[in-house]
Write a protein that binds this ligand. Structure first.
Ligand SMILES: *[C@@H]1O[C@H](CO)[C@@H](O)[C@H](O)[C@H]1NC(C)=O
Ligand SMILES: *[C@@H]1O[C@H](CO)[C@@H](O)[C@H](O)[C@H]1NC(C)=O
Ligand SMILES: *[C@@H]1O[C@H](CO)[C@@H](O)[C@H](O)[C@H]1NC(C)=O
Length: 250
C-alpha cells in the first residue's frame, strides 16, 4: 500500500516532468520559429531596402509635391540656409610696387565676411504629365563678420581675364587688345568695397568686353563681381520628372 502510494507519487512526478519537458520543447520550437521568422523578415527588409526600390518608392510617394503641402513649401523655400565665410586678400603696397619701390606685393588677409544664402524656387509651373518646371533664385545677405563696405585693393579681374584670354591669340588680336586697354587706362589693381568686389562693380572694360563675350555665351548680369554668377536667377529652366521632394532630373 505504502509502496503503491509512493509509486503513484513517483509516477505523478514523472508525468509532471514529462509534461514540463514537452512544454519546454514546445516553447523551444516556438522560439525557434519566432527567431526564424524574425530573421526572414529582417532579411527580407534588408533585401527590399538595399536591392529594390520599394522603400524609396514609398518615401517618394509620401513626399509628392502637391501645391499647398508642407513638403511643397519646403521645396519651394528650403528652410536650410547656407552660410558663407569669405576671406579676401587686400594688397597693401600696390603704390610702392608700381613705383618700383617695393619688389614684392604684400597682402593682408581680411575676413571673414559672413553671408547667408537663401534659395528659392521661382516661376514654378506644374504640368499635367507630373512634371514641374522652375528656376532657382539665390540671394545673399550680409549677416556678420567684417563690414562689407571695407575698402580693399585687389587685382582688376576683368583685365586679368582679358590678358590671359588673348595671350595665346594672334599678334594682331593682342595688339588691338593692348591698345584698347591702354586707351581705357585700366589699372592692374583697383580699390573697391568688399561688397562691390563680390557682387558686382562697374568697370568700363567689362562693358566693352561683354558684347564680345556674349557672342560665345550668355552673360546675364551687367556688372562684374567674383560671385555675381551665383546671385542671379538661374537662366535655364529645370524640369523634373516626378513631382516629389527627391526628384529625378529629366
Ligand atoms: C587695404 O589696403 C589699402 C592700402 O593698399 C588700405 O588703404 C586699406 O585701408 C586696406 N583695407 C582694409 C580694410 O584694411
Ligand atoms: C498654388 O496655389 C496657389 C493658390 O491656389 C496659386 O496662387 C499658385 O499659383 C499655385 N502654384 C502652382 C505652382 O501651381
Ligand atoms: C510635360 O509637359 C510639359 C508641358 O506641357 C512639356 O514641356 C514636357 O516636355 C513634358 N515632359 C515630359 C517628360 O513628357
Amino acid at each position: 500500500m505504502t509502496i503503491s502510494v509512493a509509486e503513484t507519487v513517483a509516477l505523478d512526478i514523472e508525468r509532471k516532468a514529462i509534461k514540463h519537458c514537452a512544454r519546454r520543447n514546445r516553447l523551444h520550437s516556438w522560439l525557434t520559429w519566432i527567431y526564424c521568422g524574425m530573421f526572414l523578415m529582417s532579411f527580407a527588409s534588408f533585401y527590399a531596402f538595399w536591392y529594390t526600390d520599394t522603400f524609396s518608392d514609398y518615401v517618394l510617394a509620401q513626399m509628392k509635391l502637391r501645391n499647398g503641402s508642407r513638403a511643397f513649401d519646403w521645396w519651394q523655400h528650403p528652410p536650410i540656409k547656407i552660410e558663407y565665410r569669405i576671406h579676401l586678400f587686400n594688397y597693401t603696397n600696390v603704390k610702392e610696387f608700381e613705383a618700383g619701390a617695393a619688389r614684392k606685393l604684400r597682402v593682408q588677409e581680411l575676413g571673414p565676411y559672413v553671408y547667408r544664402e537663401t534659395k528659392n524656387r521661382v516661376n514654378v509651373v506644374m504640368h499635367e504629365n507630373d512634371t514641374v518646371t522652375f528656376q532657382e533664385e539665390r540671394s545673399y545677405e550680409w549677416i556678420g563678420g567684417r563690414p562689407e563696405n571695407d575698402i580693399v585693393v585687389m587685382p582688376n579681374m576683368p583685365l586679368l581675364f582679358a590678358t590671359a584670354f588673348v595671350r595665346d591669340l594672334s599678334f594682331t588680336v593682342r595688339f588691338v587688345t593692348n591698345t584698347v586697354l591702354s586707351t581705357l587706362q585700366e589699372r592692374a589693381f583697383i580699390s573697391e568695397t568688399v561688397g562691390g568686389f563680390l557682387w558686382g562693380y562697374d568697370t568700363r572694360l567689362f562693358h566693352i568686353a561683354k558684347p564680345l563675350i556674349m557672342l560665345e555665351r550668355d552673360i546675364p548680369f551687367d556688372k562684374f563681381g567674383l560671385l555675381v554668377t551665383v546671385r542671379i536667377i538661374s537662366q535655364k529652366d529645370f524640369q523634373y520628372e516626378q513631382l516629389s521632394f527627391f526628384h529625378k532630373c529629366v
